[in-house]
Design a protein around this ligand. Sequence first.
Ligand SMILES: [Ca+2]
Length: 363
Amino acid sequence: MIPSQRIVMYFLCSVALLGIVPTRIGAQSAAAQSPAVKTRIILDTDIGDDIDDAFALALAMRSPEIEIVGITTAWGDTTLRARLVQRFLKENGAPEIPIAAGIETKSKGNFSQTRWAQDGEEFHKRTDAVDFLLEQARKAPGEITLVAIGPLTNVGEAIERDAAAFRKFKRVVLMGGSIRKGYGDLGYAPDRGPQPEYNIYSDVAAAQKLFASGVPIFMMPLDSTQLMLDEVKRNVLFSAGTGMTNSLGALYYQWVERNRTPTATLFDVMAVAYVARPELCPMTEFHITVDAQGFTRPGAGAANASACLGSDSEKFFHFVLPRLIAPTYIKTPGVTKGRLSGSARKFAEAAKSNCSFVIRSPS
Ligand SMILES: [Ca+2]
């Protein structure tokens, strides 16, 4: 629609129409163009096993609505996970974000991204993740959203150590559970119905503590998170050639090699997308009980959680992919808002609700 040799379009999700010297973008460095009030989050993640955590972290870094207060690692070899996060942040322009390694556990999980993690600098543990969670909640009561996208061991231990401090979190946004749909229930064949979901059944006791904690819970269960990164979307993503997409591509191919399947399911990414754009996953209130097998059973009683029972996959990817392919560095000398061509301006305005654009004519 726009002559491609004349105009290069950059999808920039935290930068308005500006013409400035090389500029690093991302949630952490675009304060001037970001929403007035950012949602402050801590991401508790088991990054390194499945691939969706890396995409969730990337989306959080590329969402101007979000400020990442810190990242805590959960489950299995939490120090190696922290090392992976450390490399990812460093290579993508956000080395200042605090990282805390969580409680190490025995894990049957498949740390598919070990080699990428090990090729980063060693992680020197300074802060205990549970202490970090409680300290941040105490420091900013009612302000911080805990985004939990792994087994809930750190969360359970935080509640155990100081339930009152844990209640100072504004809310927990959780990828976890299964209300009406189980794994593989995609709507093409009859549903098999709810199943124990990994983040819940891996540490049932911790999940039970969370659902009894009194903190508002917004959960993204299997019902709304089986979002398939198919071949078309992968091509868009991995051909972008940015630092961020190269990092994601390297992690993705290590995951593919271990899992022998090309199509990743971006479960965890919906939790971050929900924080940035709640309408992507509408909520219904429930009283949820976590049973001994790890089912999240809705039942009678006062609501203790809201759950998203369905989402639109295309809307989700139209929101997520432009953010992930945004370049880390832009060079746009001499471009100003007033110099956009009519068609370019139309294009930018049409997409304004999702991302901002910088458009330049190559010299
Ligand atoms: Ca995860």
